[in-house]
Structures are given as structure tokens and as C-alpha cells.
Design a protein around this ligand. Sequence first.
Ligand SMILES: Cc1cc2nc3c(=O)[nH]c(=O)nc-3n(C[C@H](O)[C@H](O)[C@H](O)COP(=O)(O)OP(=O)(O)OC[C@H]3O[C@@H](n4cnc5c(N)ncnc54)[C@H](O)[C@@H]3O)c2cc1C
Length: 240
Amino acid sequence: MLSIIKPKTVAQAMMELDDERNVNNDVSRTTKPYVVVLDQVGLDIPADKIAVACGAWVTSCLRWEAFREVSASQIPIQGLRVHYLLAKPKVEIPAQAVFAEINGTVYSGEDAIEIYPRPDGSVFVCGEALDDPEMPPHNPFEPVYSKHATSRLKQIVNDVSHALSFDVIQYGLACHLPVHAKGIPVISKVPTTKGLYIAAGHGCWGILNGPATGLAVSELLLDGKSTTLDLTNFRLDRWY
Ligand SMILES: Cc1cc2nc3c(=O)[nH]c(=O)nc-3n(C[C@H](O)[C@H](O)[C@H](O)COP(=O)(O)OP(=O)(O)OC[C@H]3O[C@@H](n4cnc5c(N)ncnc54)[C@H](O)[C@@H]3O)c2cc1C
């Protein structure tokens, strides 16, 4: 199971594999038909092919010139805000992830609480999703958590297990899951714009499915089509 172990560790391991294989990550060597302004970062990156993978923020790209032929209805992707916290339990707990529907605590919602022990002894807990997707704040770095939701999450976990009685809360935050209205991501070339690609809308399984998506998109970029995955059902101009 590749679940929410440590996304940063997974990403770093993949970058190291790139290094081992001498993969060129140097964007300065690309040619220059498009210049995309990543306006939160303030950086211009010259590129001849662009894969946009900005999760729940993907519709904010619609204001970019390169997206002028893409309609909002083709990328009905919004953010579902989910809260999480990371804690150190006082005792060692087994390396088993728990996906739980919990009754008899302060918790009366219907979404599942997920508890993941990590190899470093910390435990990641997530849940308390909002009911409806929303447009995330324009600035992806803006904190979006609710103190009420994270303290409820802590209370739920404390009520469930003494072993999981968290004393040290390292942080309690929230992220936006990129949810597609029909539950199927868009992994596609933009047919109307040369060199433009989108990969977004992986909902709650982007860590699991991200590496395969990345491979498929790299094939699209380099070979013009993916041979690893059949992307027919993920194309931008599908009717559903
Ligand atoms: C609490 C929680 C638990 C989860 N558990 C799991 C799990 O167990 N297993 C699993 O497979 N998945 C899980 N997920 C889902 C997974 O995290 C997402 O599906 C995945 O992160 C989506 O990847 P992405 O790259 O499409 O989008 P994101 O990870 O959201 O990345 C998009 C990035 O684009 C950046 N961005 C946005 N706009 C701009 C801009 N204009 N310029 C530059 N950068 C920009 C954002 O800052 C962000 O870093 C979980 C998510 C949450 C919130």
C-alpha cells in the first residue's frame, strides 16, 4: 500500500532516482514558445512543453493565455478541505493504518478518520473533511485549517485510544484534495494548444496514483502518447 506515508520522502526518493539515472531536470535548457508566470512564486520558466499539475488550483490556470481554448466545464475540479495533524504518541504503536468510522465520541460526522503510524514513531491522523468542495484560496500557501476542526480531530483520537493519547501536537492543518465533479482525473494533452498538458483531479488517491500519472504524462510529453496507461478515459475533451 502506498498511502499517506510521507509524501516528501516519496518525492525526494524519486528525485534521487532521477539523479542516479542522470535525468535532466534543468529547465534552463528548454526552448521558449511559452512563458508561464507562476504568480505565487514570481518565477518565469521558459518551456516548450508545459504540464500543469496544480491540483485543486487548476482552474486558476484558465486566466492564462495558453488556456484560452479550455473551458471551465472541461476541468470541473475543486478542493475538498481535509484536516490533519501529526503527533507523537507516548507509547510505541503497531505499524498498522486504520481507516475508521467512529461512533461514541465527539465525532458525529460521516467521513472516515484515517490513522497512519509512520516509521519515525509519529502518527498522522486525518479527517474532518468539509461537506462540499470549494475553490481554494488563490494563494496556495495561505493556511486554510480550522482550529475547531483540528481540535475535534485530536479529541476524537484521544477518545478512541489511550495509546493514541496525543500530547505533542506538532501541527494541525488542512489541505485541499483536488476533486473532479465526476471523480475521474484529467490526464491529457490540451488538444487546442500545442505543448500544453494537464494532470489534475486525483481526489484522495493522488499519492498512490501520482507516480503512474507522472510516468504517463512524461510519455505524452516525450513520445506524444502514453504506452504505459490508456488515457482515453482521462482526456480533457471527454463528454463526462
Ligand atoms: C489529509 C489528506 C490525506 C490524504 N491521504 C492520501 C492517501 O492516503 N493516499 C493517497 O494516494 N492520496 C492521499 N491524499 C490525496 C493526495 O494528497 C492528493 O491527491 C495529491 O496531493 C494530489 O496531487 P497533485 O499534485 O495533483 O496536487 P497537489 O498535491 O495539491 O499539488 C498541487 C501544487 O500546485 C501548487 N500550485 C497551485 N497553484 C500554483 C501556481 N499558480 N504556481 C505554482 N504552484 C502552484 C500548490 O501549491 C501545490 O503544491 C490525501 C490528501 C489529504 C489532504
